[in-house]
Write a protein that binds this ligand. Structure first.
Ligand code: 4AD
Ligand code: MG
Length: 450
């Protein structure tokens, strides 16, 4: 008898099957034990009945602790109360390793995330992280499919880089033989080279930021997907971003129903991605935020009153703050695209808006429910002289960026793209509290272990 997967059990109704996995949890005692058995593909209830198995099997099943590794056989029977629709009546039990002191207790208590992250290598077996990371896997596959289906070439960017892309203050410097290098903050500059070679490319890989922020949305190592397209201008970039977010969210809604149920995710707000995302300029958004500030201040909800105090704290001409993005989410209740930020708050490569050179042709996609910016991107400065001015203004060492300037010397065309943080996207879709939960082994200012 070959072994079967828990997720396939329904096909084996009425058969005796072998399962390989671990004891997730157990209840019962006297004559009947209910074992939660997991094998990675799912969890099934295994019933151990004293009258149906030899005494030593019953005693073993009663004794072993959670996460003991097991090979069992049993009869698959119908169980309409379980999500799986089946349960297993145990026949034989082989213990590969008996465990008694598994460090994670399964309780109803509010989890202490920090303590659980200390044993992240074990915690990934538990129900909630398991569901979140399955969604992450679907998100990443959906991203790959989306671009592949549209003819984008996958164009891997290097991790060791000579210069900053998003500002020197968050660069990780690493020794590199007799010299030094920096961990990439974004593959975009390389993506631009790829776009001029292939027309449309996508970079997908890990990126690094020495972010001192202790917010619930900052990691020091995160994965970013970065499409870059020749001849694509701001409106087209916004169309692409909107389509991609919609595609990814719909894929998860369609294929991760069970996981979203485990996470008790209210999917109504996710379903709203089907509607067009509002596109509002930074300047127009200032007025919206002024109104929201007044409206929330007058609210009877103390949370909103508190939020109101922080709205527009940064002042006109500055980047939007976390409170602003939260307010935008509360107001529109779906992803919103904010375009044309002041050039002063954005990166050196952004193209000036010909209609008003104080602003740049950029877009941020803001996710609701306090997650904030999930996408940043825009049109790139394609004029050599204007780009040079920005390089000088940002004091970017010429020898590290000269190769990039070649892209403006030899066949420059209008072009652009964006970067989406995979963890922020997963954080929003799963509704997890902190972006740390959206990656198998999070790296933050306080954590590089395990
Ligand atoms: O807005 P950012 O900095 O844009 C870029 O890096 C562009 N070069 C991308 C491009 O146009 N190709 O970062 C893009 C996205 C953010 O919107 C956010 O989702 C994510 O990357 N991100 C982070 N995610 C987790 N932790 C952090 N510290 C992040 N910083 C950015
Ligand atoms: Mg950004």
């Amino acid at each position: 008898m070959g072994s079967v997967q828990v997720s396939d059990l329904k096909k084996h109704l009425g058969e005796t099957v072998e399962l390989r996995g671990w004891q997730y949890n157990r209840r019962g005692s006297g004559k009947l034990l209910f074992l939660q058995f997991r094998d990675g593909s799912g969890t099934v209830q295994v019933v151990v009945s004293k009258k149906d198995v030899p005494e030593d099997v019953f005693e073993t099943a009663k004794r072993i602790g959670n996460e003991s590794s097991l090979i069992i056989t049993g009869l698959v029977t119908e169980d309409t109360r379980s999500a799986l629709g089946v349960e297993v009546q145990l026949k034989t039990l082989r213990v590969l390793q008996e465990v008694h002191d598994y460090p994670i207790q399964i309780t109803e208590d509010v989890p202490n995330i920090d303590k659980l992250l200390d044993v992240r290598h074990l915690w990934v077996r538990s129900r909630t992280p398991h569901a979140i990371l399955r969604v992450r896997s679907e998100v990443e596959q959906a991203i790959r499919d989306f671009y592949y289906q549209r003819g984008f070439v996958l164009f891997d960017a290097p991790i060791f880089t000579p210069a900053s892309c998003e500002g020197a203050s968050t660069l990780f410097e690493v020794p590199y033989f007799e010299d030094k290098a920096y961990l990439t903050q974004s593959g975009q500059l390389y993506g631009e080279a790829g776009a001029f070679a292939f027309g449309k490319i996508v970079v997908f890989g890990p990126t690094f930021r020495a972010e001192k922020s202790k917010t619930r949305r900052h990691l020091t190592e995160f994965w970013m997907v970065e499409p870059e397209v020749a001849f694509l201008e701001l409106d087209g970039i916004m169309d692409l971003a909107e389509e991609q977010v919609r595609y990814v969210v719909c894929r998860v809604l369609e294929r991760c129903k069970e996981d979203l149920k485990v996470l008790e995710r209210n999917t109504a707000i996710l379903e709203k991605v089907a509607e067009p995302f509002p596109r509002v300029s930074y300047s127009e958004m200032q007025d919206v935020l002024q109104k929201l500030k007044a409206e929330f201040a007058a609210s009877s909800d103390p949370e909103l009153v508190k939020l109101s105090a922080d709205i527009l704290k940064n002042g006109l001409g500055d980047d939007l703050g976390a409170a602003d993005e939260t307010a935008v989410g509360l107001h529109y209740k779906r992803p919103v695209m904010i375009h044309r930020y002041p050039s002063a708050v954005k990166a050196f490569y952004m193209k000036r808006d010909p209609a008003n050179p104080d602003y740049v042709l950029c877009v941020d996609v803001i996710a609701p429910e306090g997650v904030g910016e999930v996408i940043g991107g825009g049109q790139r400065e394609d004029n050599m002289d204007l780009l040079m001015k920005q390089v000088e203004k940002h004091a970017i060492p010429l020898q590290s960026i000269n190769w990039y300037l070649d892209l403006r010397r030899y066949g420059s065309v209008p072009h652009g793209g964006f970067g989406m943080g995979v963890e922020r996207c997963v954080q929003w879709i799963t509704g997890c509290q902190h972006v740390r939960e959206a990656i198998p082994f999070p790296r933050t200012i306080y954590r590089t272990n395990p």
